[in-house]
Write a protein that binds this ligand. Sequence first.
Ligand code: NDP
Ligand SMILES: O=C(O)C1=N[C@H](C(=O)O)C[C@H](O)C1
Length: 275
Amino acid sequence: MTSQLPIPVVVNGAAGKMGREVVKAVAQAPDLTLIGAVDRNPKYIGEDVGEVAGCGPLEVPILNDFEPVLAMAGQEKQLGVMVDFTHPDGVYDNVRAAIAYGVRPVVGTTGLSPQQIQELAEFADKASTGCLIIPNFSIGMVLLQQAAIQASQHFDHVEIIELHHNQKADAPSGTALQTAQMLAELGKSFNPATVEETEKIPGAKGALADEGIRIHSVRLPGLIAHQEVIFGAAGQIYTLRHDTSDRACYMPGVLLSIRKVIQLKSLVYGLEKIL
Ligand SMILES: NC(=O)C1=CN([C@@H]2O[C@H](COP(=O)(O)OP(=O)(O)OC[C@H]3O[C@@H](n4cnc5c(N)ncnc54)[C@H](OP(=O)(O)O)[C@@H]3O)[C@@H](O)[C@H]2O)C=CC1
Ligand SMILES: O=C(O)C1=N[C@H](C(=O)O)C[C@H](O)C1
């Protein structure tokens, strides 16, 4: 009988809102083992990450030096995985460093530009290393996007509204950008002008993505993460909406990604590709 070694996991951004959820989820998964926790927030450096996440001691301290943790993960017998929920400013370097140490990145952090994603894909390809970039780990959002793709075959007018907590660093959300990209790739243009318009306040009509699709970003305390895709045609409106009420909704997707990324040899973008 062969016994599979647990997958070693490092969480970067471990003291953050998403990082804490990931720590709890990994600690409860019998086929995964949390070997490292990294964060830059000085308040938590040296603390036991399990205590910070609220699941009891895990004997894993939060460190602020990323590379030694990656080096340790790269030495493990089983391929190691780095889960990143940090900040748009640091995620590109984090992913490159992980790949350089032979550690497979699962990236939830949003805000990477298309060019950065392309560069990371080339870097992962050269290293024959799996890497997952997932703008949204919830199954509900995958289903919303599939419904939006279907609806866009029948509607020529569409707008996206994303609504998030006001601690969010990037706008528009990674999910809204991905949704707009999915619709723009269908080979048609949306929202043909019907009158000559002027924006009396710049930005009033939202941000213009490819193929005429507009994205509106709302930031308010009290929100978590929400998205509407609104289709319009003569005499009818078709609205798709997804609401997040607890960050636990992302964890099945995160755990699936950790298990899948060690089987990959290149970069894959989007949860729908690994379901
Ligand atoms: N893909 C998905 O499904 C989801 C993606 N996200 C994305 O995940 C990211 C994190 O979100 P969230 O957890 O809410 O954010 P938080 O600000 O709550 O957590 C981020 C944590 O990472 C730390 N941090 C920031 N930069 C670095 C770095 N370079 N190295 C180490 N630690 C760092 C922060 O420290 P400090 O506070 O000092 O800055 C903080 O403790 C965002 O980009 C968000 O959009 C969020 C939810 C779902
Ligand atoms: O910052 C967040 O909270 C979220 N970020 C991701 C995004 O930018 O799409 C995913 C989800 O919307 C929550």
